[in-house]
Design a protein around this ligand. Sequence first.
Ligand code: GUN
Ligand code: FE
Length: 479
Amino acid sequence: MAEPSNKCFIGTFIHSKKLDELEYRHDTAVFVDSHGKIVAIEPLPSSSDQRAAAITAVYDHLQWRDSQTPIVQYECREGEFYFPGFIDTHLHAPQYPNVGIFGKSTLLDWLDTYTFPLEASLSDAAKARRVYTRVVRKTLSHGTTCAAYYATIDVPSTNLLADLCLGAGQRALIGRVCMDRVGICPEYYRDESPEASLAATRESIAHISRIDPLMEIVRPVITPRFAPSCTTTLMKGLGELARSTQLPVQTHVSENKNEIALVRELFPPALTGAVDDTYTAVYDVFGLLTDKTILAHGIHLSEGEVDIIVERKAKISHCPCSNSAITSGAARVRWLLGKGVCCGLGTDMSGGYSPSVLEAARQAALVSRHVAMGGDDRAKLSVEEVLYLATRGGAEVVGLEGKVGGFEVGMDWDAQLIGLSMVPENEEEGEGVEGEDGGNVDIFGWETWPDIVAKWLYNGDDRNTKKVWVKGRLVHERK
Ligand code: GUN
Ligand code: FE
């Protein structure tokens, strides 16, 4: 690892102020200390002499020049800007080899056909290492500085995923997947009993707590795969574990109509004591609906279910790529936001076909337009709104509100340097080289900054993500 340094980033910084507003800070310097914390943000004068003096004055104020720690300066070039790192609030690391492979399946047959066999095969340690190494590298290269991962039921490889995230410097929630129900989970990929599932979960929590005791980079997350895969005994045990450890919980809710019918069949209120026969009530009765619960999808929720989600302060991970790919439905994000639900974005790889949160943001915008075409024009999400969900919204979903997701003094420097290609003024036809400066989205110089961001959202990809930092550490650089 590189030796710790204090850092000064100079250029244009763009981040969300609130749901529908991006803030653009040009000619600005952001000072990040050797622990990765933003300690000062200063506007700079335009003349280069005055600029150097202003930066030096901040160094002195921070007593950086008296310390042994080196100072590194980074300056944006034309067409570049800093943006907060993306937060993927829901994805399945073991499913990465299956991205794009889903045919015409829907959730329940997709699980049986594509997903369970692949996940089960990752109990092979060498295979798991190969897949997980690549997942972490790939998501970092797309600017994902924090990810809420589901692993598999296998403890050693789940722990390996945590080791790899910590080593690569990617913030992560790591969940050992719990699934013990006979008849839903295949015999070849099932916890032997609720007790075995709980013991394996505790073992993985202990490992993750040992490798990062302050949970600065990696954290365990209690992960009942989804209600149908768990027995009532396991659900109860996991709820008790969530209460006693105060750890976050992640699971799926209301993704697919057949899945909802299955929950109704498997968990009748007469059996569970739940207030009604809804999917959400099942999690609630077992103590799995907390202010640290991340519920993926939430497509077909009723008014009453959303009310209880808001009351418990549980969060929703909107996964538009997955919802379209395996034809689960179109989540009504405007409605959820309007009811006060805290929402973020998830790639849900490989239900979702892409490891990119930028793609999830783009699809969130498009899916919202399909909802709008259903009759309510207000459903449309703007560029600003989907980028909020990808950063600040996601931070709140994973319990890191105020720590990451924006550029403020006191927050950690979890950021990406975005570069678009500036087309030269006098370019002769045929002479330009595509992506000359590392970007692939052309800008001509007449676009406004909101236009530039819109072009990035709708046309950009990992070629535009030139550098990525987590907690001040450079974790990806595009060569
Ligand atoms: N429901 C239960 N397991 C899964 C999964 O792996 N992906 C999705 N999208 N939904 C699920
Ligand atoms: Fe999922």
